[in-house]
Write a protein that binds this ligand. Structure first.
Ligand code: PLP
Length: 401
């Protein structure tokens, strides 16, 4: 049965891509943007751009007002208690690097950082590099057969030496929700700080950082239908207070002297230099748009499409889905077919999916693979997109076998 997307027309790029005979199924990499966001960007750039927090003139005041209004919207989206707990960075990657640098002073040789075996490089390499700099032990939490962090094993591995637990909420390769709550509760009981990589999770449903009780939560605007070049770091007030400043320059300073300076607390103390102003304002507009949608319909639509995707993949001989994806995406390999060859033939037929290791090389390698194809969905996709994909897949497999 045809499953239309009631929101498809809100995303002008989808029609444009269709005119170019492209079916976009790579939203876990980045999303298309709603008209609402494009209007906000156009308004900002056509009505007068200005820098924020420094100019006393009218355009500067208006830009600052819109910028800070976005901070409030992000705080509301995550149910943070206070907008001052929201730091704007240049992406989730940059937020995670900020954390690894900001927390470095608290860690000493022999301390442990726990990450899971399925982390995106963005939530692995900053901790790995920190561990190498400080002589720390990087503990890798293993997975179960379905692609969840093995809770029993993880609870054993997170102990009194664990100073930081950094885990993804939703895997960008396996599409599995991780058992965050017991992990976070256990980490807190052990005195460890917790970092949630919400880059994929934040896009699906609403998540309440206070209820989760994490110390830090990180995501990228561009995956949440917002502009790129922008990330969000939420921190519990006390946890933000533990971070050492890491980038220095304009607007993050309290008092500057030739030999000594003092710095502002979060959020501005961690937003050195001119921030991505238009992107911040744009993210606010994207959140306004998302907040205007019927959340239940969105969840049902995404779940129905995902079931369709899994059914179609499972129906095809030789196709093996990685893990047991619960939402948003599925990665798969085909017996006897290299993922790069398959990706090439799908690309030729206008199917935009991702192939390779998905920036989670250790995970993909640990599955005995050098890559997989990933199909990822967003609220503008419909079942025709999936039918086009399946038909292209069948043709490609016929050629390759
Ligand atoms: C789970 C996860 N974490 C972090 C990132 C990094 O996000 P960005 O590249 O926007 O900084 C990604 C991007 O794919 C991701 O999927």
């Amino acid at each position: 049965m045809f499953q239309p997307s009631p929101w498809r027309a809100d995303f002008p790029a989808i029609a444009a891509l269709q005119r170019q005979h492209q079916t976009y199924l790579d939203s876990a990499a980045t999303t298309q943007k709603p008209q609402h966001l494009l209007d906000a960007l156009s308004h900002y750039y056509t009505q007068g751009a200005a820098n924020v927090h420094r100019a006393q003139h009218l355009p500067g005041a208006l830009a600052t007002q819109a910028f800070e209004a976005s901070r409030e919207k992000v705080a509301a989206w995550l149910n943070a208690a206070d907008a001052q707990q929201i730091v704007f960075t240049h992406g989730a990657t940059s937020a995670l690097n900020l954390l690894a640098y900001g927390l470095e002073w608290r860690l000493e040789a022999g301390d442990e950082i726990a990450v899971s075996a399925l982390e995106h490089h963005a939530n692995l390499l900053p901790w790995q590099q920190l561990a190498q700099r400080r002589g720390l032990r990087l503990v890798i939490l293993p997975l179960d057969a379905n692609g969840h962090i093995d809770l029993e094993a993880a609870l054993q591995l997170i102990g009194p030496r664990t100073r930081v637990l950094a885990v993804s909420q939703l895997s960008n390769v396996l599409g599995t929700w991780q058992p965050l709550q017991p992990l976070l509760d256990h980490a807190r009981a052990q005195g460890a700080l917790s970092v949630v990589d919400g880059a994929q999770g934040v896009v699906h449903g609403r998540h309440d950082v206070q209820q989760l009780g994490c110390d830090f939560y990180v995501f990228s605007s561009h995956k949440l239908y917002g502009p790129d070049g922008l990330g969000v770091l939420y921190g519990r007030r006390e946890a933000l207070g533990l971070l050492r400043h890491w980038q220095f320059g304009g607007e993050m300073v309290q008092l500057a002297g030739y030999q000594q300076s003092s710095f502002r607390p979060a959020p501005l103390g961690f937003e050195a230099g001119t921030p991505p102003i238009a992107s911040v304002i744009g993210l606010g507009a994207s959140l306004d748009y998302l907040a205007s949608l019927d959340a239940t319909s969105v969840v049902e639509h995404e779940a129905a499409l995902h079931r369709h995707l899994l059914r179609g993949l499972n129906d095809r001989e030789g196709v093996r889905i990685l893990g047991a994806p619960q939402l948003a995406l599925a990665s798969f390999v085909v017996e006897g077919v290299h993922n790069a060859d398959l990706a090439h033939l799908l690309t030729e037929q206008g199917i935009a999916v991702r192939a390779g290791h998905h920036c989670a090389m250790p995970l993909v390698n640990s599955l005995g693979l050098d890559g997989a194809i990933r199909v990822s969905l967003a609220l503008y996709n419909d079942s025709h997109d999936l039918e086009r994909f399946f038909s292209a897949l069948d043709q490609a497999l016929e050629l390759l076998r």
